[in-house]
Design a protein around this ligand. Structure first.
Ligand code: ZN
Length: 107
């Protein structure tokens, strides 16, 4: 198999052509694939913060957030065939979205 090196059209990273789809590296494929879910996650997370400050019940929102995270995991598993890599991607995505929230909270 010839491994042709190409540049990802989104991030410019050098990758072998076999790892790309539509000219994008796996990282960018994952990021694009979960972008909408990340937004939804962010929205629910903020909602939960608001409810919490009012001492409202946040169990339901917590379940919704967990569901979104499950869907993110599912998307990643569809894109990343290697189990261990899929777990790595998922961990990075979740750290990124939760990290964002913590940053906003800290302001
Ligand atoms: Zn890329």
């Amino acid at each position: 198999m010839s491994a042709l090196v190409v540049f990802c059209r989104d991030c410019g990273k050098q990758v072998t052509s076999s790892q790309t789809r539509d000219g994008r590296c796996l990282d960018c494929q994952v990021r694009r694939s979960v972008a909408a879910l990340r937004d939804e996650h962010a929205r629910l997370w903020r909602k939960r913060e608001r409810y919490r400050t009012r001492n409202a019940n946040v169990d339901q929102i917590g379940r919704q957030i967990a569901k979104i995270e499950d869907r993110i995991a599912q998307r990643i598993r569809e894109l990343v065939p290697n189990d261990r890599e899929a777990v790595d991607h998922l961990r990075r995505e979740l750290e990124a979205i939760r990290g964002q929230r913590y940053t906003i909270k800290g302001v």
